[in-house]
Design a protein around this ligand. Structure first.
Ligand code: SAH
Ligand code: SF4
Length: 371
């Protein structure tokens, strides 16, 4: 059976080619065709082996006997070319096995800077069942390959080039799934996105891995000395409250997270970003702010407050403006750096935590393994 050439890592493809009696350096050439610019109009990646011009006919044919080139199929209608350049766009993609994932393109033009951020999915669904997150209600289906992660950016980059003549500047692993439970593929993807060999060339400092708190993964990032940014979805610094919202806390306690973060900072000297979604009456009081302040003393950090994006049938709400202001003021008074990320893309269901595909109707809550 033919195998998807994009499901191979570069070393795996080298091995596979060697087994077919080909020179391993061909793998790097093939990867450049798969993830570099080509064609007119310019697009990322070719769709057929006979477009790989420097391989020669014999190898092109051999490749098409053994492999196929997968592509993400857009599965929604959001792809209007009439978009305003400030609009958040959701892309629903069908994978070769029919599963669906979502990615979001978030334009941000502030302080004279133009940013085009792509929010990528790392898994189909997610096993961690956070109570405020739509993906959490889907349960876990499978990990994405590095190729499937990179291809989300490739598709959107091609689309941006064609319609707006723009370039993806930032990538955040904040779509569906838990990146640190698919760490090898996520790092492989991030390495490709930041490599100078391919079309993207996104600086490592503009790539963010977001985790719900997989302490072992944080330690691994530290030990590998990765250059990507780390965001921790904290949402509460009070153990019982966090565990009630994020069952992953039962596996990795706040104490374990603090210890992993210290290790991360010791090794990388990089600050950490805490994501905190204010939920009215749940994590938005003075004692919550104080717990967050204490937690923030662990390592140098910044705090991103995210507006809660309502999800169907779940009755959390955002706090009133005054209560939110009081929370922020308390953090400011303690000397913390706080940014408030206003909800974007609400109208098209494309904001953080609202990513769930059509199979949403089969909603099931899968509790993580540890409970
Ligand atoms: N699994 C990873 C990355 C994907 S979730 C993680 O949890 O960090 C990306 C971000 O969206 C996380 O900070 C998550 O807590 C947040 N999020 C989830 N549901 C949300 C919602 N309904 N409103 C606002 N943010 C949400
Ligand atoms: Fe998974 Fe992150 Fe959603 Fe939690 S917030 S269920 S970890 S995707």
């Amino acid at each position: 059976m033919k195998r998807d050439i994009k499901s191979f890592s570069l070393p795996e493809l080298q091995q596979s080619l060697a087994a077919l009696g080909e020179k391993p350096y061909r793998a790097a050439q093939i990867f450049r065709w798969l993830y570099g610019w080509s064609g007119e109009p310019k697009q990322v990646g070719v769709q057929a082996f006979d477009e790989m011009l420097n391989l020669g006919k014999a190898l092109q044919e051999k490749l098409s006997e053994h492999f196929f080139i997968s592509r993400l199929e857009p599965a929604n209608e959001t792809l209007s070319t009439e978009i305003e350049s400030s609009q958040t766009l959701k892309f629903l993609f069908r994978l070769t096995d029919g599963k669906e994932i979502e990615s979001v393109l978030i334009p941000n033009h502030t302080h004279g800077r133009e940013r085009w951020t792509v929010c990528v999915s790392s898994q189909v669904g997610c096993a961690l069942a956070c109570t405020f997150c739509a993906t959490g209600y889907m349960g876990f289906t499978r990990n994405l390959t590095a190729g499937e992660i990179v291809d989300q950016v490739a598709f959107i980059q091609s689309w941006l080039t064609l319609h707006l003549d723009k370039t993806v500047t930032n990538v955040v692993f904040m779509g569906m799934g838990e990146p640190l439970l698919n760490l090898d593929h996520c790092l492989e993807a991030a390495d490709m996105l930041s490599s100078s060999d391919y079309a993207f060339q996104i600086a490592p400092s503009r790539i963010t891995l977001s985790t719900s708190g997989i302490a072992t993964g944080i330690r691994k990032l530290a030990d590998l000395g990765v250059k990507y940014k780390l965001a921790l979805s904290l949402h509460s610094a009070i153990e019982e409250k966090r565990a009630a919202m994020m069952p992953v806390t039962n596996e990795f306690s706040l104490a374990e997270l603090r210890s992993a973060l210290k290790h991360y900072y010791d090794r990388t000297k990089k600050e950490v970003f805490y994501e905190y979604t204010l939920l009215a009456g749940i994590n938005d009081g003075a004692e919550d702010a104080d717990a967050l302040i204490r937690f923030s003393h662990t390592v140098p950090c910044k705090i991103n407050l995210i507006d809660y994006n309502p999800i169907a049938n779940i009755d959390f709400t955002r706090p009133a403006e005054a209560r939110q202001e009081a929370f922020i003021q308390r953090l400011h008074d303690a000397g913390l750096t706080v940014t408030l990320r206003r909800s974007r893309g609400k109208d098209i269901d494309a904001a953080c935590g609202q990513l769930a595909t059509a199979s949403r109707s089969e909603k099931k809550i899968v509790r993580p393994v540890h409970t």
